[in-house]
Design a protein around this ligand. Structure first.
Ligand code: F0G
Length: 463
C-alpha cells in the first residue's frame, strides 16, 4: 500500500519548482474589464483572470524532465533525432507504422480529411469535436454523430456515456454497403463534446468488429486517450489489474490510425500527431504535410517540441498522475453537486460541465444562460470557464431565425498539473456564492457577431 492511500486528501503527485504569479483583481475592476470585453470571456486578457478554466488544451505545466528534454532537442531540418525518439515512444504505445507530427490536432484533421473527405462522403463518430466537424464539412463531406442515447442525457449515470451506438452505426454501414461513401469511421476518446465521457473497451471492440465486417478503417480522435484508459481500468472489471499503458496499447491495437492534439494528454503547450498504417494514404498525407506544415520529420514542430511531447507521453500513463488527475476533476464536480448545482454526471475526465439550463430556468436558451453564468463567475471570482450552448453552437434556420442548442452548459476545464486543491476550493466557494444569488442573474443578448465560429469574437450585453 502506498503511503497516500490511507487518506482522503488528494495529494498532488508533484512539487512545484517554478511559479507564475496570479494578478489579483477586485470585483469592481472585473466589472469594468468584462464590460470592456463586451461580455465575451475570450476577449479578456489572461493577466486579468485569477483561475483560468477556459480549456485544458495547451495549458498544462510541463515537468522538469520535459524542460530538460527540450534543451536536448535536435533542430536539424531533415531526420532530426528528436523525431526518431518521439516516433519510438509513439510506436511503443500505438504500434502505428506511419507517424507524422503536426502543429496541433486540427492540422492533423485538415490533412486527413483533405485526403479522404469530399462531396458525398460520410464520416461517423460518437461525437465530432467542433474542429473535426468543421474540417470534414470544409471538404463538403458529412459529419454524423452516433453517440448512445445515455450520452445525450445530462443526468444519466451510465459509466461509458461516450460509447458509439452500434445499432445506428450498423444501419448506416448497411445503407451504404457496396459503395465507397464511408472512407473511415471515427471514435473520440474521451468524448469532449459530450461531457468528457469515456468509451468502454467493449464498445471499442464492437466498433472495431463492425468496421472490419464492412471493411471501413477505424480512426481514433485520441487526444485524451490516457484519461479514457484510466476510466476503463476503474470501470471495466477485466482491466482492473492491467497497467494504463497496457490498456492504451490495447485501445490502439483496434484502430487503423488516429489524430491527436498533443496539447491534452501529451502535456505539451503545442503539438499534434497523425498516425496510421496505410501505405497508400501515407504518400498523400506526406505530400500535404510538406506543403502546409513542414518536412515529414518535423511537421509544424521544433525538434524540442517533439522531445517534450515524447516525454509527456511517458508521464501521462503513470497511474499516480492519472489518479490525481481524475480524482481532482471529480473533487470539483462532487463539491458542486453537493452544493445543489446541476451537473453533467458522472463527472468526466478533463472538465466539469454545469447544466445552466437547469440552474437558471428563468433565462431562456436564446438569452444564453451559460454565458450569463460564465460572466457572473468572472465578476464574483475572476474565474474563467467557457459556454458550450446556444452562444457557441446556436444556428439559424432557413428564415434566419435562431435555433437553440440541445444543452446549455458551462464547462470548467482543468489544466494539467497547474492548479492546487486550494485554487479549486476557491472556485467552489465562488460558485456557491453565485448559486445563492442565481435568481438575480439576467440573460444576455448578442450585439455584434461574425458569420463563422461566433463565440470567439462576438460582442454581448445584458438583455
Ligand atoms: N479533438 C478533440 C476531442 C478536442 O478536444 C480538440 C481540442 C481537438 C480535436 C482539436 O485539437 O486544439 O490541438 O487543434 N479541444 C480544445 C478544447 C480546443 O478546449 O476542448 P487542437
Amino acid at each position: 500500500m502506498k503511503s497516500n492511500e490511507n487518506f482522503k486528501t488528494i495529494i498532488e503527485p508533484f512539487r512545484i519548482k517554478m511559479v507564475e504569479p496570479i494578478n489579483m483583481t477586485s470585483e469592481e475592476e472585473r466589472k469594468i474589464i468584462l464590460k470592456e470585453a463586451h461580455y465575451n470571456l475570450f476577449l479578456i486578457k489572461a493577466e486579468n483572470i485569477i483561475v483560468d478554466l477556459l480549456t485544458d488544451s495547451g495549458t498544462g505545466a510541463m515537468s522538469a524532465a520535459q524542460w530538460g528534454a527540450m534543451m536536448e532537442g535536435d533542430e536539424s531540418y531533415a531526420g532530426c533525432t528528436s523525431y526518431y525518439d518521439m516516433k519510438a515512444v509513439v510506436q511503443d504505445l500505438t504500434n502505428m507504422k506511419h507517424i507524422y507530427p503536426t502543429h496541433q490536432g486540427r492540422a492533423a484533421e485538415r490533412i486527413l480529411f483533405g485526403c479522404l473527405g469530399s462531396e458525398g462522403k460520410i464520416i461517423p463518430n460518437n461525437t465530432h469535436f467542433d474542429t473535426t466537424r468543421a474540417n470534414i464539412e470544409f471538404t463538403k463531406a458529412k459529419a454524423i454523430d452516433l453517440v448512445i442515447d445515455e450520452g445525450k442525457n445530462a443526468g444519466s449515470l451510465f459509466p461509458f456515456k461516450g460509447n458509439m451506438n452500434i445499432n445506428k452505426l450498423r444501419a448506416l454501414f448497411e445503407e451504404h454497403k457496396g459503395t465507397d461513401n464511408i472512407p473511415l469511421c471515427m471514435l473520440t476518446i474521451t468524448n469532449n463534446s459530450g461531457g468528457g465521457q469515456p468509451v468502454s473497451m467493449g464498445n471499442i471492440r464492437d466498433t472495431r468488429a463492425l468496421c472490419k465486417e464492412f471493411q471501413i478503417p477505424l480512426f481514433l480522435d485520441a487526444c485524451r486517450f490516457a484519461e479514457n484508459s484510466y476510466f476503463i481500468k476503474k470501470r471495466e472489471e477485466e482491466f482492473s489489474n492491467k497497467t494504463i499503458k497496457e490498456i492504451a496499447q490495447e485501445i490502439f491495437s483496434y484502430c487503423d490510425g488516429f489524430t491527436m492534439s498533443a496539447k491534452k494528454d501529451a502535456i505539451v503547450n503545442m503539438g499534434g500527431l497523425l498516425c496510421f498504417n496505410d501505405d497508400v494514404l501515407s504518400v498523400n498525407v506526406k505530400n500535404m504535410l510538406i506543403l502546409t506544415e513542414g518536412f515529414s520529420t518535423y511537421g509544424g514542430l521544433s525538434g524540442r517540441d517533439m522531445a517534450a511531447l515524447a516525454q509527456g507521453l511517458r508521464e501521462v500513463v503513470e497511474e499516480d498522475y492519472l489518479e490525481y488527475r481524475i480524482k481532482s476533476t471529480a473533487y470539483l464536480g462532487d463539491a458542486l453537486t453537493k452544493a445543489g448545482i446541476p451537473m453533467v454526471l458522472p463527472i468526466g475526465g478533463h472538465a466539469v460541465y454545469i447544466d445552466a439550463a437547469a440552474m437558471l430556468p428563468h433565462i431562456p436558451a436564446l438569452e444564453y444562460p451559460a454565458q450569463s453564468l460564465a460572466c457572473e463567475l468572472f465578476i464574483k471570482g475572476g474565474v474563467r470557464g467557457v459556454e458550450i450552448g446556444s452562444f457557441m453552437f446556436g444556428s439559424l434556420d432557413e428564415n434566419g431565425v435562431e435555433i437553440p442548442n440541445t444543452m446549455e452548459l458551462l464547462r470548467l476545464a482543468i489544466p494539467r498539473r497547474v492548479y492546487t486543491q486550494s485554487h479549486i476550493d476557491y472556485v467552489i466557494e465562488v460558485l456557491k456564492l453565485v448559486n445563492k444569488n442565481k435568481d438575480k442573474l439576467k440573460g444576455m443578448k448578442i450585439t455584434k457577431q461574425p458569420s463563422l465560429l461566433r463565440h470567439f469574437s462576438a460582442e454581448l450585453s445584458p438583455a
